[in-house]
Ligand binder design. Structure first.
Ligand SMILES: *Cc1c(COP(=O)(O)O)cnc(C)c1O
Length: 349
């Protein structure tokens, strides 16, 4: 019989016991009314950022809740999704005891964070068509396996994993399944945030770094059950999302038309980049993509990478990644950049 998932059995003991730091702004946040705040040792002279930011980013979450159809108590915001991912390790993985599963070729930060947190990283390669190898993954699980990272659409391959495969993993794996949706806004596929109520072990991360064009402000979003969010809130630094970031994120989220226009342009440019790559003799394969980049297999990735660098074009050589021999990853640029890239590619000797 399948054990009932209980988050209480997942959380690290030290975190379970923890009394979180209570900041001045936990108790009172300015609501615009005429209160005198003498509780946080701030400089009282207004300059726009002299006050500590809202530790729970209430305005931002309330807008996100409306736009995403997810309640605020199911959200945690972080200094980029990288911070959110680190918080997940620190909440659930006991150093030098627990392990996690990643599915290479994939986003490099999962492995780095495992190293930082002294957590064993069990790597289960994707299948040759870049899908999760469900039987092998389930084989790799033991009682100390806390997290399974699923990046979909996947970086660097670009594809979205089959719903059926992800569903099997959510249902069969007794730990937490983290679905990283950094590229979801470029995809036709549905986000897993709509399924949070069905899976108590599901965590979805998103970011404003890609489609929203705000990599510089660092804002990552974590969606999960109230219980998981409450645990993460206990260990997050109180002021992890600064005031300027909260303001810029709000403005951008209120301007969905601008975001949509840019995403449409990027997708159009992606199509013309794929067409151009297809016509090149040294390009051997172009992998299907649901993201704002294209992974292509070439005759000699190191050579092509160097040639592009000489022409002042920087792409990502992914050749050292498993299943990615001789591949280059091209991020889709502006129409102008794309035109230049294509012209350069056509003339490579
Ligand atoms: C770019 C990227 C991120 C973004 O991380 P931020 O810290 O939010 O900028 C997360 N996951 C994947 C797979 C990415 O490619």
């Amino acid at each position: 019989m399948k054990a009932v998932f209980n988050i209480k059995n997942m959380v690290r003991e030290s975190v379970d016991q923890l009394k979180p730091y209570s900041s001045a702004r936990d108790e009172y946040v300015s609501d615009g009314s005429e209160m005198i705040f003498l509780d946080a040792n701030e400089n009282p002279f207004e300059n726009g950022v002299n006050r500590y930011p809202d530790p729970y980013q209430r305005s931002l979450k309330s807008l996100l809740a409306e736009q995403k159809g997810v309640s605020e108590s199911n959200m945690l915001l972080g200094n980029g999704s990288d911070e959110v991912l680190d918080l997940i390790y620190r909440a659930f993985c006991e150093p030098n005891r627990d392990n996690i599963i990643t599915l290479p070729p994939t986003y490099g930060m999962y492995k780095v964070l495992a190293g930082i947190n002294a957590v064993e990283n069990r790597e289960v390669l994707l299948t040759p068509d870049f899908e999760p190898n469900v039987p092998e993954i389930l084989q790799a699980v033991d009682r100390n396996t806390k997290l399974l990272f699923i990046c979909s659409p996947n970086n660097p391959t670009g594809n979205t994993f089959t719903v059926d495969k992800v569903q099997q993993l959510l249902e069969s794996f007794q730990g937490l399944v983290v679905i990283d949706e950094a590229y979801i806004d470029f995809s036709e596929e549905e986000s897993w945030i709509g399924k949070l109520a069905n899976y108590p072990n599901l965590i979805v991360t998103q970011t404003l770094s890609k489609a929203y064009g705000l990599a510089g402000i660092r804002l990552g979003i974590c969606y999960a059950s109230e219980e998981i969010i409450a645990i993460l809130n206990k260990i997050k630094p109180p002021y992890n999302v600064n005031q300027l970031t909260q303001q810029q994120a709000l403005q951008r989220l209120l301007n969905q038309d601008a975001v949509a226009t840019e995403v449409e342009q990027i997708l159009r440019e992606r199509t013309s980049l794929i067409e151009a790559l297809n016509a090149l003799a040294f390009v051997q394969e172009i992998y299907p993509t649901d993201a704002n980049f294209v992974l292509a297999k070439v005759d000699d990735a190191n050579k092509r990478y160097q040639q592009l660098l000489e022409q002042k074009v920087v792409v990502r050589n992914r050749s050292t990644q498993p299943l990615c021999e001789n591949t280059l990853r091209f991020t889709v640029g502006t129409p102008e950049e794309n035109k230049t890239l294509i012209a350069i590619l056509k003339q490579l000797p």
